[in-house]
Design a protein around this ligand. Structure first.
Ligand code: UTP
Length: 270
């Protein structure tokens, strides 16, 4: 199913990158010459998205400046005038709250959500692959993580699965290692029913005192289910320093000149 609108929640504080994220949005951190948000946008364009909604906040203006430049230079993206818009999240109350802020720009149609700090690389756009399989309701991208890391993610309980898809029985945000029902973790790509807005609007804060998108997905399982799309490409958690560095090295490795620099650096260290 084709989905025309994507929400980019960029309202987080990015505390794991303090102090740089006091002045530079996490989504503007660079993978060599392009910021993380550029890659997320590219993935949405490749999936056929036509309207791009950024949920921003104080201190994130450089994202708007960047897209002003990028959208007026067709060598980057050929997007229609007026197809990029911004809403504000006045307080960083969580990912679920950021998504809720986009409600008035979505209407009664399914929509996509992309977290730019999950940097996902594959021959095909992850979001595009999800759309090919989407049949309504809620779908999330998922990857298998190390058991020791389950407490950093929303974790699916698997009812049944195929090569590509998981039908979830339940989902839990940041469970303890003992509580986790699997190691299938939700990563930052979602295709959502607009009905999620009503659920988000009445949710109480969950883990970390934040309005959690996972809690809304969980509440909706009894009446519309939840599907996990098994992402088979490369994924880097660029919300962490380790993940960002790994992503930079991965991209450098695909460029002849940059690969030499990285290899020489590593050789010098041995
Ligand atoms: P994170 O959980 O990584 O939070 O957000 P964060 O604030 O960005 O980073 P840390 O944990 O303090 O280092 C996941 C996604 O949700 C967005 C973030 O911008 C990121 O894309 N988000 C999070 C919001 O838009 N608003 C929020 O209130 C919280």
């Amino acid at each position: 199913m084709k989905i025309g609108k994507a929400v980019f929640p960029v309202g987080g504080l990015g505390k794991r990158f303090f102090p740089i994220t006091r002045a530079v949005p996490k989504e503007m951190l660079g993978i060599i010459d392009k910021p993380l948000i550029h890659y997320a946008f590219e993935e949405a364009v490749a999936a056929g998205v036509e309207e791009f909604i950024f949920v921003t906040r104080q201190g994130k203006n450089s994202i708007e400046d960047y897209f002003d430049y990028i959208s007026s230079h067709s060598e980057y993206f050929n997007v229609k005038t007026g197809s990029v818009c911004y809403v504000r999240q006045n307080e960083p109350l969580g990912l679920g709250h950021a998504v809720l802020c986009a409600k008035n720009l979505i209407g009664k149609e399914p929509f996509a959500v992309i977290s730019a700090d999950d940097f996902m690389l594959h021959e095909k756009s992850c979001l595009g692959e999800m759309m090919e399989r989407y049949e309504g309701a809620n779908m999330v991208a998922s990857v298998s993580v190390d058991r020791s890391e389950v407490n950093r993610y929303g974790i699916l309980e698997i009812e049944s699965e195929t090569e590509d898809l998981i039908r979830a029985k339940s989902v839990c945000e940041k469970p303890s290692i003992e509580e986790a029902k699997s190691s299938s973790a939700i990563v930052g790509r979602y295709l959502l029913s607009h009905e999620i807005f009503d659920v988000l609007a009445r949710l109480n804060p969950g883990v970390g005192g934040e309005i959690q998108l996972t809690d809304a997905l969980s509440e909706m399982i009894p009446y519309c289910g939840l599907t996990g799309f098994k992402f088979k490409g490369k994924r880097f958690d660029c919300g962490s320093k380790e993940g960002l560095l790994a992503a930079i090295l991965h991209v450098a490795d695909r460029d002849e000149k940059l690969r030499c620099v990285a290899e020489n650096f590593c050789r010098g260290k041995r």
